[in-house]
Write a protein that binds this ligand. Structure first.
Ligand code: NAD
Length: 249
């Protein structure tokens, strides 16, 4: 029960990694505030509440700074505090070589994947500065550390998340605010279903992957909880690459 008495804010917890994180935080005692555009986030809240913990869905589009500020305010209003944040909401545009990327796709992924993390960190840090600090984890990707073909907008967005993470980490360390990121490899979630349902993709990716498979969301969230916990009190500005060895080549 590492998070007993604490409140965690999670963006993008309707499905996938965010839902698994929400359930894991709640299982360790946290009250969980969820910001998401997808109404299925209410199912995540139901699962938590049925398990005996506290949770609230605050409908939020993370690309809208006003909505994100309202999300943080509502979280504090409901639960009385904000100790940790997992800024995880994101989208993955269709694969295309750079010269064929639709401008609207580029702008949308930057608005959600980068803008969402920027707005969230601003609002969270403003609160944490006045309340003794906190811990923030952002969701980057292996695409924030290396490039993959056909994903230029997403690669740019996730490299920006890495940059924002490092920048915030050095600015707020003395305010007792730690900021880290996770960089998952391929995880089996709704985001990647179209790839994992494609036998040719599976065969090629699994053959190239040292571990030979995709991760389940539950294999990712242990690191998120660790980074938010007191056991990680000296870990700041780090990018935890969780990829089964993909980038060790
Ligand atoms: P997912 O599609 O299951 O989850 C994405 C979540 O973000 C959903 O709950 C969705 O509703 C929410 N979301 C999307 N746009 C939003 C918006 N504008 N405002 C608020 N919420 C919004 O996919 P996932 O794989 O769990 O993705 C979670 C994060 O992990 C994303 O940032 C993604 O880029 C990143 N990631 C995923 C993988 C992977 O292989 N699945 C790998 C590396 C990084």
């Amino acid at each position: 029960m590492r998070f007993s008495g604490k409140t965690v804010l999670i963006t993008g917890a309707a499905t996938g990694i965010g839902r698994a994180a929400a359930l894991a935080f709640a299982a360790e005692g946290a009250a969980v505030a969820i910001g998401d555009v997808d109404p299925r986030a209410a199912e995540t809240v139901d699962l938590i509440v049925r398990g005996g913990a506290r949770a609230q869905l605050i409908p939020t589009d993370v690309s809208d700074g006003d909505q994100v500020r309202a999300l943080v305010a509502q979280c504090v209003e409901t639960f009385g505090r904000l100790d940790c944040a997992f800024n995880n909401a994101g989208i993955l545009p269709d694969t295309a070589r750079l010269h064929e990327v639709e401008r609207s796709d580029f702008e949308r992924v930057m608005a959600i994947d980068v803008g969402g993390v920027f707005h969230a960190m601003q609002a969270e840090i403003r609160h944490m500065l006045g309340h003794g600090g906190g811990a923030i984890v952002n969701t980057a990707s292996v695409a924030g550390v290396i490039a993959d073909p056909g994903m230029s907008a997403y690669v740019a967005a996730k490299h920006a998340v890495v940059g924002l993470t490092k920048a915030a980490a050095i600015e707020y360390a003395r305010d007792n605010i730690r900021v880290n990121a996770i960089a998952p490899g391929l995880v089996a979630t709704p985001m990647t279903r179209r790839w994992l349902d494609d036998p040719a993709f599976r065969e090629a990716f699994f053959a190239a992957s040292p571990i030979g498979r995709a991760a389940e969301p539950e294999e990712i969230v242990g690191t998120v909880l660790h980074l938010c916990s007191d056991a990680a009190s000296f870990t700041n500005g780090q990018i935890a690459v969780l990829d089964g060895g993909q980038t060790a080549h």
